[in-house]
Design a protein. Structure first.
Length: 605
C-alpha cells in the first residue's frame, strides 16, 4: 500500500547567485550561470592554481560557486552571545538563517513550535572552519560546539526547542537527500509530526579542491556540463537549503501552502564495485525501482528527473544507463523522460546538492515550468542511442498534462545512493473547515487591508519593509484576495517583535508606495520598545465592543461579520441560542439582506 504523501510546505535557501527561493527560481528560470572565479575571501587562487596536476598542492581549476556575506551574522536575533558567534562555523550560522526563513515561508510561527515533535535532519560534511580555527591555540569554551558538525542540527533543535530527532548526516554528495529520506521515515513512523531537512556546504580551504583535482574529478573549464560530450568534471560550490515537511493530510487540514509532495524515498549502497568512488549501475537501478515501487508509480509516468549529473566521464554514463533501464519500462518512444541538473547553474554543492535539486524541483512544480539545464551542446555518446528514453531539457518547458511526477537523484562518492519521488501539489490545498474558519480568501473582500510587520530593530524593520516591497514587485497582478492573503499571513503566521509597523491600504500600489517610504526612512509608525524591550503584563488584547443602549443600528458590524471569522462565529452562536425565543431570527433583524425573510411563526401561547 503506498505511503501517505509528505507535503513540502516551506523552503529556505542560499545558493550561489540567489539568497531566497524566489531569487533561486528566477536564476533557474532564466538559465543563469552563477559560477565565478574563487574570491580572495576564500583563498588566493593565484597561489593554488596550476593546470599541471603533477604539481603538489595545486588545483587545476580557478572556479567555484560561492555565497555572499557568509561572514555576516546577527547572533542577537537568535539569542546567541556575540562572544560565541566567532567560534561558530558559518555552516551553522547559515542553517539557522535558512531554518527561520523556511518556517516563515511555511507560515509557521517558530514560537508555537516550542516543545513539538519536530525532527531536524541536516547533511553536512566539510570541516574547513574547524581546521582554520584549531590551527591556533583556542581557549574559548564555545569552540567545541561551534565546530562540531552534529551541532549543525542540534543547535536548531535547541534554539527553537524542538523535541523530535536531531542529527547530522554525512554520506558525502548524497547527504542532504538522505537527510530528507530520514525525515520522511520519521514522519511516516509517527516519530515526528513535522520535520526540517536539508544540507549545507561552505568552502574555506583549497586543500580538498586540490585533492579532487588529483583524482580527476574537477573541471578545468570550471563548468558542470552534465550529459554533454565535452563534459570534463565538476566545479565545487557552496549552498544551504532546507525544506519543511509535514504529512499531506495534516498540511491540508492546517491550510498550509504546498509546493509539491514527496510520494516515496529510497536509499541504498553500491557495496563492492570497480572502486571505492566508482558508481555501481545495478545499485542505482535498484534504488530507483525501490522508490517507484514504494510510491505506487509506474516509472513510465515519470515526466522529469533532476539528475545527479556531475559532468564526470564515469558518473554521467552510469547514471544514464540506470535511468534508461528503469524509466524505459512501458514508456512510449515518443514520450522520453526529461532530465537536467541544477549543478549546471550553481556547481556541485556536495552535502547540499541533493536538497538543491529537490528545491529546484519543488519550485518547478509550483510554477509549472521545468528550467533549462545549461552547457548542453552535443549529447554524450550514450544519449545518442535511439533506445535510451531520455532527453536533456535544455530550454524552459511547460509540464503539460497531469500527473506531474518527477524524481531526484543524489549519489555519494562513497556509494550511498538516494532517490526521491515527487509530484505536483494537489489542486485543492485547503480543506473546507480551514477555509471556513480562518482563511480570508473565502470571505467578502475587505474595503482595506492591514499589513503588519515587526522586527527586533528599527533598521531591520526598514529592511523588512523593503523586502515586502520587492515581493509585491515580483507579482504583476495582485487581486484583492491575494492582498488579503498576504496581509493575513503577516499578522497571523509570523513572529512579532517590538519594533512594529502597520500600513492600511486598499490596493497593492498603495501598499508598495507606503513600504517604499518606510524603507527610505521618510515615514514609519513604529511601536517603541516598552519596559526595556519587554511588553508589560498589563497590556490586554484588543477587543470590539458593540454597546447596545440605543447606539445600535440595522447593519451594525456587517463588515466585521463579512470579514472577521471570530466576530462572525460569535454572532452566529448568539443567533443559534436565541432562535427558539425570537419570532424573527436574529440575523434577519440585524442584517436583513443576509438571509431570506422567515416564514411567519405561530403566535406563542
Amino acid at each position: 500500500m503506498p505511503l501517505e504523501p509528505i507535503a513540502i510546505i516551506g523552503i529556505g535557501c542560499r545558493f550561489p547567485g540567489a539568497d531566497s527561493p524566489s531569487a533561486f527560481w528566477e536564476l533557474l528560470r532564466q538559465g543563469q550561470d552563477a559560477i565565478t572565479e574563487v574570491p580572495k575571501s576564500r583563498w588566493d587562487i593565484q597561489q593554488f592554481y596550476d593546470p599541471d596536476l603533477s604539481q603538489p598542492g595545486k588545483a587545476n581549476t580557478r572556479w567555484g560557486g560561492f555565497l555572499e556575506a557568509i561572514d555576516q551574522f546577527d547572533p542577537l536575533f537568535f539569542g546567541i552571545a556575540p562572544r560565541e558567534a566567532p567560534t561558530m562555523d558559518p555552516q551553522q550560522r547559515l542553517l539557522l538563517e535558512v531554518a527561520w526563513e523556511a518556517f516563515e515561508d511555511a507560515g509557521l510561527v517558530p514560537e508555537r513550535l516550542r516543545g513539538s515533535h519536530t525532527g531536524v535532519y541536516i547533511g553536512i560534511g566539510t570541516h574547513d572552519y574547524s581546521i582554520r580555527l584549531w590551527q591556533h591555540p583556542v581557549s574559548d569554551p564555545y569552540a567545541t560546539t561551534g565546530t562540531g558538525n552534529c551541532i549543525a542540527a542540534n543547535r536548531i533543535s535547541y534554539l527553537f526547542d524542538l523535541k523530535g530527532p536531531s542529527l547530522a548526516v554525512d554520506t558525502a554528495c548524497s547527504s542532504s537527500l538522505v537527510a530528507v529520506h530520514l525525515a520522511c521515515q520519521s514522519l511516516w513512523s509517527g516519530e515526528s509530526t513535522l520535520a526540517l531537512a536539508g544540507g549545507v556546504n561552505v568552502l574555506l580551504l583549497p586543500n580538498v579542491t586540490a585533492g579532487f583535482s588529483k583524482g580527476g574529478f574537477m573541471s578545468p573549464s570550471g563548468r558542470c556540463k552534465s550529459f554533454d560530450a565535452s563534459a570534463d568534471g565538476y566545479v565545487r560550490s557552496e549552498g544551504a537549503g532546507v525544506v519543511v515537511l509535514k504529512p499531506l493530510s495534516q498540511a491540508q487540514a492546517d491550510g498550509d501552502p504546498i509546493y509539491a509532495v514527496i510520494r516515496a524515498t529510497a536509499v541504498n549502497q553500491d557495496g563492492f564495485s570497480h572502486g571505492m568512488a566508482a558508481p555501481n549501475p545495478q545499485a542505482q537501478m535498484a534504488v530507483l525501482r525501490q522508490a517507484y515501487q514504494r510510491a505506487g508509480v509506474n516509472p513510465a509516468q515519470v515526466r522529469y528527473v533532476e539528475a545527479h549529473g556531475t559532468g564526470t566521464k564515469m558518473g554521467d554514463p552510469v547514471e544514464l544507463e540506470a535511468l534508461g533501464a528503469v524509466l524505459s519500462e512501458g514508456r512510449l518512444a515518443e514520450q522520453p523522460c526529461l532530465i537536467g541538473s541544477v549543478k549546471t547553474n550553481i556547481g556541485h554543492s556536495e552535502t547540499a546538492a541533493g536538497v538543491a535539486g529537490l528545491i529546484k524541483l519543488a519550485l518547478s512544480l509550483k510554477y509549472g515550468q521545468i528550467p533549462p539545464s545549461l552547457h548542453y551542446q552535443q549529447p554524450t555518446p550514450l544519449l545518442q542511442s535511439a533506445t535510451l528514453p531520455l532527453q536533456v531539457n535544455d530550454r524552459l518547458t511547460d509540464w503539460g498534462d497531469r500527473p506531474h511526477i518527477a524524481g531526484v537523484n543524489s549519489f555519494g562518492f562513497g556509494g550511498t545512493n538516494a532517490h526521491v519521488v515527487v509530484e505536483g501539489a494537489p489542486l485543492v490545498e485547503v480543506c473546507p473547515q480551514a477555509q471556513a474558519e480562518d482563511h480570508p480568501k473565502t470571505q467578502t473582500v475587505r474595503p482595506q487591508h492591514l499589513l503588519t510587520l515587526s522586527a527586533k530593530s528599527g533598521a531591520a524593520l526598514r529592511s523588512l519593509a523593503q523586502r515586502y516591497q520587492q515581493r509585491l514587485d515580483e507579482q504583476a497582478q495582485w487581486s484583492p484576495a491575494d492582498l488579503a492573503d498576504l496581509c493575513f499571513s503577516t499578522h497571523a503566521r509570523r513572529s512579532h517583535f517590538h519594533h512594529r509597523l502597520a500600513i492600511a491600504a486598499t490596493t497593492a500600489t498603495e501598499l508598495q508606495a507606503s513600504l517604499a517610504a518606510v524603507a527610505a526612512g521618510t515615514t514609519a509608525t513604529e511601536v517603541p520598545n516598552l519596559s526595556k524591550g519587554v511588553l508589560p503584563q498589563s497590556i490586554s488584547p484588543v477587543v470590539f465592543l458593540c454597546t447596545g443602549q440605543g447606539s445600535q443600528a440595522v447593519g451594525m458590524g456587517r463588515q466585521l461579520y463579512d470579514s472577521q471569522p471570530v466576530f462572525r462565529r460569535a454572532i452566529d452562536r448568539c443567533a443559534a441560542i436565541l432562535e427558539a425565543y425570537l419570532d424573527v431570527p436574529l440575523l434577519q433583524v440585524i442584517y436583513p439582506d443576509l438571509v431570506p425573510a422567515p416564514t411567519q411563526r405561530a403566535a406563542k401561547s
